[in-house]
Design a protein around this ligand. Structure first.
Ligand SMILES: [Zn+2]
Length: 309
């Protein structure tokens, strides 16, 4: 499904062959092999979690998980990604599409695995409800998308997923999805900005959504609120950037911003805020000029959008 999207370099030939393993700890070790493990007991299964993906990415060039794994060639490179599924129990079972009709109380295994594989490809969660990367699985017996077919292998994905994949794995020869809309989300009343930490000049966080002007369909959404321009720490200036949008003479978009005040909240989309703002207490050794403090989430808000990059 993820290898059938136009305008990306992620194609079936990119992926290795799927193999079975008898290793019992395939999903609990950082072995550099991407594994899918069923019936896992793991502390990561907090209440309501059906499945999750543990992703380890490189902080530096040349980082190695062990002496037998290949060193990273760029910062952010995924070194190991393992998908873990909850053990079945009286309340939670999974079923393949073929088995779903006779097991109507089971979760749809195909769409859950598609979501988790999205994490292995580098996706965070999306706040777009019909996106494959939306953080909540549909209730048992349901799925939100369409089943893939040979003719439409990416059918279960939403446009928000496709846009994200084009950003993660761009095809340089794609001349269609090359539009960017950027700007800042600012409070209607500047006095609504938090007094601390100092230097907060825009709303943090919000979800900024691009709708196709003609159809009203959601094409892409992004988490807005900061930028990493130039040297130094992240600037909380309300910035957003919607990238890899389709361009054309009859193509236009409407943009809106909404608070992350539920059901999607900031913690649903970014689990590790220290990756955004490092400081001496959370990451000893991090240079002080690059340290920052994440402001408390602003919600609700009255906003105005300021175009510009
Ligand atoms: Zn997820």
């Amino acid at each position: 499904m993820w290898t059938g999207v136009s305008g990306t370099l992620l194609v079936p030939a990119t992926l290795g062959t799927l193999q079975r393993t008898s290793t019992t700890s395939a999903c609990s070790s950082s072995d550099g092999i991407n594994s899918i493990c069923f019936n896992q007991n793991d502390p990561g299964f907090t209440l309501g979690v059906l499945a999750f993906t543990r992703v380890i990415s490189a902080d530096t060039v040349g980082e190695q998980l062990s002496s037998t794994t290949t060193p990273s060639t760029f910062v952010g490179q995924i070194l190991d990604a393992d998908v873990l599924l909850l053990p079945g129990n009286a309340n939670t079972t999974f079923a393949t599409p073929a088995a779903l009709p006779s097991n109507p109380n089971s979760y749809d295994l195909e769409s859950i695995l598609t979501h988790e594989l999205g994490h292995t490809f580098g996706f965070n969660h999306s706040g777009v409800w019909n996106a494959m990367m939306f953080l909540y699985a549909p209730p048992p017996g349901q799925m939100t998308g369409t089943r893939p077919t040979t003719a439409t292998p990416d059918a279960p994905l939403a446009d928000d997923d496709r846009t994200g994949l084009r950003i993660l794995y761009p095809n340089a020869s794609d001349s269609v999805h090359i539009g960017t809309i950027g700007g800042r989300v600012l409070p209607a009343n500047p006095l609504a900005l938090p007094a601390s930490p100092a230097g907060v000049t825009g709303i943090f966080p919000s979800q900024v959504v691009a709708l196709d002007n003609a159809t009203g369909a959601v094409i892409a959404a992004t988490l807005a609120g900061w930028s990493c321009r130039g040297q130094g720490p992240a600037q909380f200036d309300g910035s957003f950037s919607l990238q890899r949008l389709m361009v054309g003479t009859s193509q236009s978009y409407r943009i809106y911003a909404e608070p992350l005040d539920g059901p999607v909240v900031l913690g649903s989309v970014i689990y590790n805020m220290t990756s955004l703002c490092r400081n001496a207490s959370t990451d000893p050794g991090w240079p002080a000029p690059y340290a920052c403090t994440v402001p408390a989430p602003a919600a609700p808000f009255s906003a105005r959008l300021k175009p510009g990059s």
